[in-house]
Write a protein that binds this ligand. Structure first.
Ligand code: SF4
Length: 358
């Protein structure tokens, strides 16, 4: 079978050509490259920031010299951070080729402290959702697996948490993660590796705009993360207008892909619905939304997200009364609904507002 052509956005950053990113290597890759010490121990020292010294892995001079010769050890650099009044911090990270991406650090002050990172999977996004700031910039390139890992490790080293078991990851930042599934899934394997951060797959959520081919592929991969779906419209005509992906895979096809996912015990979908004033917030929308969810509506969380306004979108946020009314319409139709107040809103770090990576 002929190989698929490499798309312009899938080329590695020029500096990395011919030299793998050290953070994308599994223990078996380190061994194959001729690691002079224990490949598993080297992997541990790379992927566990709580063992680092002075912000870098404590590899010892011989392993460090060898690794610098065969791989690129640069991590994304934290170049800006804007704390929000709600405790979240919007962060700008610079990649090895100078491109910038954004992430959000969201600590949760509960009895057992937890931190959620909202992560980017691409520089920009090709999906063109009309309410989204990232969509307005187009796609510049995919992140490589090592850059996705690097994002996590840089945030951990700079802002915490200290250990992997306090971490939850959501791929809801810049990019459509399933448009970069090979790199994304390799990153998930690295994140879940017991000799690294050892994250449980249930602590990683991948949010898609409805890329059905990606949903179908991801459903068969292990480790399989949780799936979130950004829905945002209840008729094909409306969804075609705001989310062009719907012109390829419409609402009925998308619903079939969820039926075929094969939910395992304890697994739940998360549905996101960005409320756009006058566009998708009527009682008829609530009615169609509940019908589309069907048997998923009682047990799977539906997040209503009042639109985060920004200059690149013509849409506006509905008033609070309409948001509450919409939630009520759904509740009486048997849906399990929460209204999500996006964290980081006052620093443009909320859902659909990330747009600095150029
Ligand atoms: S909402 Fe998600 S998929 Fe759509 S343009 Fe924005 S980043 Fe891309």
């Amino acid at each position: 079978m002929a190989e698929a052509p490499i798309q312009p956005w899938d080329r590695p950053a020029p500096e990395r050509e011919g030299r793998p990113c050290a953070w994308s290597l599994l223990p078996e890759d380190l061994a194959e490259l001729g690691c002079p010490g224990s490949a598993l121990e080297t992997f541990k020292r790379l992927h566990r920031p709580w063992t680092w010294k002075d912000g870098a892995p404590d590899l010892g001079p011989a392993i460090r010299r060898w690794l610098e010769g065969v791989a690129d050890l640069r991590l994304p650099a934290l170049v800006d951070g804007q704390p929000s009044s709600d405790g979240a911090t919007k962060l700008v990270l610079e990649l090895a080729d100078g491109r910038r991406i954004e992430a959000v650090h969201m600590p949760r002050p509960v009895r057992n402290p937890r931190v959620t990172y909202c992560l980017s999977s691409q520089v920009g996004c090709a999906m063109g959702c009309t309410f989204c700031a990232t969509g307005s910039m187009g796609i510049l390139r995919n992140l490589q697996a090592g850059e996705i890992l690097g994002q996590v490790l840089t945030l951990m080293a700079g802002l915490g948490p200290a250990r992997g078991h306090e971490l939850t990851l959501v791929f809801m930042g810049m990019g459509e993660p399933l448009h970069n599934l090979d790199h994304l899934h390799r990153a998930i394997r690295l994140l879940c590796h017991p000799a690294g951060l050892g994250l449980g797959k249930g602590r990683i959520t991948v949010s898609t705009s409805g890329l059905v081919s990606g949903i179908e592929r991801l459903s068969k991969l292990e480790p399989r993360p949780l799936l979130a779906l950004s829905l945002n419209a209840t008729t094909d005509a409306a969804r075609n207008r705001t989310m062009p992906v719907n012109r390829v895979w419409n609402l009925a096809r998308l619903r079939r892909a969820l039926d075929d996912w094969g939910l395992k015990r304890g697994e739940k979908f998360c549905f996101e619905y960005v409320l756009l004033a006058g566009e998708n917030d009527t009682e008829a929308d609530a009615d169609r939304l509940a019908a589309w969810l069907g048997d998923l509506r009682r047990a799977h969380n539906l997040n209503l997200i009042p639109m985060n306004e920004h200059a690149a979108s013509p849409f506006r946020q509905p008033g609070e009364a309409r948001v509450q009314q919409f939630a009520e319409w759904l509740k009486v139709r048997g849906c399990f609904v929460t209204v999500r107040r996006s964290r980081g809103r006052d620093v443009q770090g909320a859902c659909g507002q990330l747009v600095k990576g150029s």
